[in-house]
Design a protein around this ligand. Structure first.
Ligand code: C5P
Length: 400
C-alpha cells in the first residue's frame, strides 16, 4: 500500500474543504503518514481538530506557533518532509498565489519550499473556474510540472451545474496510489481471481470440501493490487482473507455461488487467475434438516459441478488473458497440457502433490508454468508470496 510514504495535504478555503476529512482518511487507510497544512480561510469550512485527529498529526496553520517562546512552524521542513504535497481543495485565491509566489500564509510558503511532486485538486464555482485568470494560472502550474487533478462536472455548492467540483477523495487517493506503484502493465487493469475451497452442502451442518486455505488467491490478489490493478477476489471459505483496500472480496460458499460472481465480472476484466480448489461434485440434494444417524451405511448421490474456469475460457475475448491452476498426482505435465487446451487458457500453473512442500497447507509451493506453445518454465520450491510474483512476472511478460 502506501506505507512509508509521507503525504502532506494542503487545504485552502473552498466549501470542498469538507471532503478533506475523507481524503485524510483514505490516505491513512492506505497506510501513509499524513500531515495537514491549512489556510486561515479553510478553518472556516472545516475544523483543524477534525483533520488533525484523522491525520494523527497536529495541523499547521500559522507561521508562529507560540509568539512568547518564539516557536515557529518550519515550512521548509514541512516541504522537505513530504513525498507528495497534495493541495485539495485548491481555491482560486490560493491558485493565484501559487503562480505569483505571494507567500503570505504557511501553505503557500510550504509550496515554495517543497522539493517533492506537487498535486492540486481545484474546486470553485462555475464562473470562477471559467474565468480567464483561473485557466491561465492552471496552465502556468502545469507548465511548471504541477499535476492538476481536473475538477468534475456536476452540481456545485452554489446550486449551479458545471465544472468546478473537486475530484472525489477515493479517486484522488487511487491516483496517488497508482503514482507510487511500480511501473507495471497491470496498472489500471481489472483482474478477477478465484481462491480457496468450495463447500458443497450435504445438510445444514455438513458439507463436502477440501483443505485449500485460500492463501494463494489472497497473495495473488494482493500482488496484483500492489502493481496497480483493481482486483475482484472471489473467495471460498478458507482461513486467509485480505484487507487490501484495492481488493474487493466476494465471500462465497459453493461452486454455484462462485460461478454466479464470476459470470457477473469476467466480461469486464482484462485478466483472470483462477486458483480456487473448486469441488468437482456436489450432493444432488442438500437436506433441509440435519440428517439423522440411522443405518450402518449411507449413500450420497453426487452430481457434477459447473467448471467455472472452462466457462470463463469459453467466453474469453482476444484481449483477455486467462490463467488456471492444476494440482496433479500423476502424469502431471501431460494432464496439465490437456487442461490448458481444453479450458482455452493462456497460462497454466502446475503443482504436484509428489513434490514435498507443494500444494495445500504449506506456505511454500513448487510450480511449473505451461503456455500453449508448450513452453515450460520450472521454478524451485519457494514461499507462496514469491511464487505469486513469479506468476505475475510471467503474465506481464506475455502481455507486453
Ligand atoms: O480440471 P481441474 O479441476 O483440475 O482444473 C483446475 C483448474 O480449474 C483450477 O484453476 C480451478 O480453479 C479451476 N476449476 C474451476 N471450476 C471447477 C473445477 C476447477 O474453475 N469446477
Amino acid at each position: 500500500m502506501l506505507s512509508g510514504k509521507k503525504i502532506l495535504i494542503g487545504v485552502s478555503g473552498s466549501i470542498a474543504a469538507y471532503k478533506s476529512a475523507y481524503l485524510v482518511r483514505e490516505f491513512i487507510r492506505l497506510g501513509a503518514e499524513v500531515k495537514v497544512v491549512m489556510t486561515d480561510a479553510a478553518t472556516s469550512f472545516i475544523a483543524p481538530l477534525t483533520l488533525g485527529t484523522l491525520a494523527k498529526n497536529p495541523v499547521s496553520i500559522d507561521f508562529v506557533k507560540d509568539s512568547k517562546s518564539g516557536e515557529w512552524e518550519n515550512h521548509v521542513e514541512l516541504g522537505l518532509w513530504a513525498d507528495l504535497f497534495l493541495i485539495a481543495p485548491l481555491s482560486a485565491n490560493s491558485l493565484s498565489k501559487m503562480v505569483s509566489g505571494n507567500s503570505d500564509n504557511l501553505l503557500i510558503a510550504t509550496y515554495l519550499s517543497a522539493k517533492c511532486p506537487v498535486w492540486v485538486a481545484p474546486a470553485m464555482d462555475l464562473d470562477m473556474f471559467k474565468h480567464f485568470s483561473t485557466g491561465e494560472n492552471l496552465q502556468k502550474l502545469k507548465e511548471k510540472g504541477v499535476h492538476v487533478l481536473e475538477p468534475r462536472e456536476g452540481e456545485l455548492a452554489s446550486g449551479l451545474e458545471g465544472k468546478g467540483r473537486m475530484e472525489e477523495p477515493p479517486e484522488i487517493a487511487r491516483a496517488v496510489y497508482e503514482y507510487f506503484t511500480p511501473n507495471s502493465i497491470l496498472k489500471g487493469k481489472k483482474v478477477l481471481i478465484t481462491g480457496g475451497p468450495t463447500y458443497e452442502a450435504i445438510d445444514p451442518v455438513r458439507f463436502i470440501g477440501n483443505h485449500s486455505s485460500g492463501l494463494t488467491g489472497v497473495l495473488l490478489a494482493e500482488a496484483c493490487a500492489e502493481r496497480g490493478a483493481e482486483v475482484v477476489l472471489v473467495s471460498g471459505p478458507g482461513s486467509h482473507k485480505t484487507k487490501h483496500p484495492y481488493v474487493t472480496t466476494y465471500s462465497i460458499t459453493s461452486a454455484n455461488d462462485m460461478l454466479e460472481v464470476v459470470q457477473d465480472h469476467w466480461n469486464k476484466c482484462d485478466l483472470g487467475i483462477f486458483s480456487a480448489a473448486v469441488a468437482d461434485y456436489r450432493p444432488a440434494e442438500a437436506a433441509d434438516q440435519k440428517i439423522k444417524k440411522k443405518e450402518d451405511d449411507m449413500l450420497i448421490r453426487l452430481v457434477k459441478n459447473p467448471d467455472i474456469l472452462a466457462w470463463a475460457g469459453s467466453q474469453k475475448k482476444d484481449d483477455q488473458y486467462l490463467v488456471g491452476f492444476a494440482l496433479e498426482t500423476e502424469n502431471e505435465e501431460e494432464h496439465a497440457r490437456q487442461k490448458l487446451e481444453r479450458k482455452n487458457l493462456d497460462l497454466l500453473v502446475l503443482n504436484s502433490l509428489n513434490d514435498s512442500g507443494a500444494g495445500f497447507g504449506h506456505s511454500t509451493n513448487k510450480i511449473t508454468l505451461i503456455r500453449p506453445n508448450n513452453n515450460l518454465t520450472k521454478f524451485e520450491l519457494k514461499e507462496k508470496s514469491e511464487m505469486a510474483k513469479d506468476i505475475l512476472n510471467a503474465i506481464e511478460n506475455d502481455l507486453k
